[in-house]
Design a protein around this ligand. Structure first.
Ligand code: XMP
Length: 326
């Protein structure tokens, strides 16, 4: 049986004993695991922790602002916000292959992190939000048991050129325990119960070549979808549809179709909505969202996001489809 306040104070003591008066850096992604790790380590060692938040330019609407508001403003954690700006987009120019895109984004991420980390010359520790399932998964990968369909990139996948000792305070915890810990540490529930977001971000949700114009359209469509999922309650369970789905997002399709608007003809892009329910993300069912919700979302996207004139809903389960489109 797991007593949370005891667990927090034990974890804090363990981190203090391990780190002493040395300094720690942590790559903050805004995802649940790195966020909880940051909050826990900060509780243990305060200003000895510096977080590096790499904004690769393919995050969702207002995501960077929200991460900074929570960690820097609310918790008073030292966070270096590295804005890669358009340099990643320049490197992605003309690249349409999903694996090639993942590699470019992953490499950029690591490079930016390393440059920032190298400036923190007093740091001796690299903290990561590795959780127990990650430990098992990478053990499986080493023995060749796990077959990777897509090369995954995470904040966790950093090379060891920095010569830092590893601090992984969540290594023994399952996801639901990490969430409980996050709540106990005072993180906002909306952050703790967030859907997962892939490391390459919108880079794998814009099919083919990534362009700024596409990312801007996708961000707005995606934000409308998520807002409506959060606002719509299912009568039977009393829960909202964001919490009833495991992952939901919009995907940008770089194809144009014809539409009408007022007296005119439009020739604009398409977005697909994807919402799934799953317990382990290895298999997943497409979510049976209410038609009224889909209608509201498509109406809003088409009316509010000029440049998109068609919305589709993805009714493919995993397998054989994957959750992300790339
Ligand atoms: P797929 O598309 O393979 O996705 O069914 C399964 C889960 O993994 C997430 N995903 C990623 N997460 N880096 C990540 O950190 C990645 O490169 C990546 N690719 C997929 C996906 O969002 C889903 O939750």
């Amino acid at each position: 049986d797991w007593n949370m306040p005891d667990y927090v104070s034990e974890a804090v003591e363990r981190i203090r004993a391990q780190v002493g008066d040395e300094e720690v850096i942590l790559g903050l992604s805004g995802g649940v695991d790195s966020s909880v790790a940051a909050a826990l380590i900060h509780k243990a060692i305060g200003d000895q922790l510096t977080c590096v938040f790499v904004d690769h330019g393919l995050l969702r609407l207002n995501e960077a602002e929200q991460v900074m508001a929570t960690f820097a403003d609310h918790f008073g954690i030292k966070v270096i916000h590295c804005n890669v700006g358009d340099s990643l987009l320049a490197k992605l120019k003309g690249v349409a292959d999903p694996e090639a895109k993942r590699k470019i984004i992953g490499r950029e991420f690591v490079e930016v992190f390393e440059v920032e980390a190298a400036k923190l010359t007093r740091a001796r520790w690299l903290a990561q939000g590795t959780i127990y399932p990650d430990v098992i998964e990478s053990a499986g990968a080493k023995t060749g048991k796990a077959v990777a369909i897509k090369s995954h990139h995470n904040v966790g996948g950093l090379p060891d050129t920095l010569k830092l000792k590893l601090l992984e305070p969540l290594r023994e915890l399952f996801k639901d325990e990490v969430r409980k810990l996050g709540i106990a540490l005072g993180l906002p529930p909306a952050m703790v119960y967030r859907h997962p977001f892939p490391g390459p971000g919108l880079g794998v949700r814009i099919l083919g070549e990534v362009k700024k114009e596409y990312a801007d359209l996708l961000r707005r469509a995606d934000a409308i979808f998520i807002e409506e999922l959060r606002k719509t309650t299912d009568e039977t369970s009393g829960k909202n549809w964001y919490d009833l789905t495991s992952q939901a997002f919009a995907v940008f399709l770089p194809v144009k179709s014809v539409g009408v608007m007022g007296d005119g003809r439009t020739y604009d892009y398409v977005v697909a909505l994807r919402a799934v329910q799953t317990s382990d993300f290895m298999t997943a069912d497409w979510a049976e969202l209410p038609y009224s919700l889909l209608k509201k979302v498509s109406g809003r996207i088409i009316n509010e996001v000029r440049g998109i004139n068609r919305v589709t809903y993805d009714v493919s389960s995993k397998p054989p489809a994957t959750i992300e489109w790339e």
